[in-house]
Design a protein around this ligand. Structure first.
Ligand SMILES: [Fe+2]
Length: 238
């Protein structure tokens, strides 16, 4: 028998530079207070799926599905972005881009606009890169963290932008994070891969879809017919 008289009294956090401006500032704490960040926002299923011999779900050919974030993360991201509120108008003219033109526009907010770009890249490095290596074996950016220029939250709703026509992403691979629940928060929605005539419509909150961006995985955003659907998208290269 092992007996200990040690008592857990909690732990110290680093509160230097804690950002009080946005809603849910804890979302930004990935580097400063990672233990707390993971406890709040990392899906308990992540550690299992990242194991070497785990099986990965593949709802469509070369489309992989992973639990990465918690419901709390998903909910807080939505409320934080909605509170910020600077959604694009979904037209081709986009002053946030270098050329000022977006060929496949969505109604969205970039991580950069939220001041969350560095934190998001850290999420890609810590949690997404290991999954990338798991399903696209040996495919890596050897010189550093994943490169991802486009990281944004998209909002689909019937009276605004309900769907997205078939397109290729400007990425080597794309991740798509479902933030809310079909059937409850919205009706319709989902992603259809045209080449395989295969759709993922039973989205799971906090789960990530990972698929090749160019060439094989032409895809479309299926119409959201009621409510509002939110996703986060990253174009990774690689
Ligand atoms: Fe896309």
């Amino acid at each position: 028998m092992h007996v200990s008289n040690r008592v857990e009294f909690g732990h110290l956090i680093d509160n230097e530079e804690f950002n009080l401006v946005p809603l849910n500032p804890e979302l930004w704490e990935i580097e400063k207070n990672r233990w707390d960040w993971e406890r709040r926002y990392l899906n308990p299923g992540y550690l299992e799926v990242v194991e070497a011999n785990s099986t990965v779900e593949m709802p469509c050919p070369d489309v992989y599905w992973f639990p990465v974030f918690t419901e709390r993360f998903s909910q807080e991201m939505i409320t934080t972005f909605e509170d910020f509120g600077k959604w694009s108008d979904g037209t081709h003219d986009d002053g946030r881009l270098e050329g000022g033109y977006e060929s496949v526009p969505t109604v969205d907010i970039h991580m950069k606009q939220m001041g969350m770009e560095a934190e998001w890249l850290e999420i890609l490095r810590s949690y997404i890169q290991p999954l990338q290596l798991k399903v696209f074996q040996g495919y890596n950016n050897e010189v550093g963290p994943p490169r991802a220029i486009m990281n944004f939250m998209v909002r689909y709703k019937p009276d605004e932008q309900p769907f997205l026509r078939p397109h290729h992403d400007t990425s080597t691979y794309t991740i798509n994070v479902a933030l809310n629940r079909p059937g409850d928060d919205y009706q319709g929605g989902g992603c259809r891969f045209v080449r395989y005539n295969c759709s993922v419509t039973d989205s799971r909150v906090g789960w990530v879809l990972m698929h090749p961006g160019r060439l094989t995985h032409l895809h479309e955003g299926l119409p959201t017919t009621h409510g509002t659907r939110y996703i986060i998208v990253s174009f990774v290269d690689p």
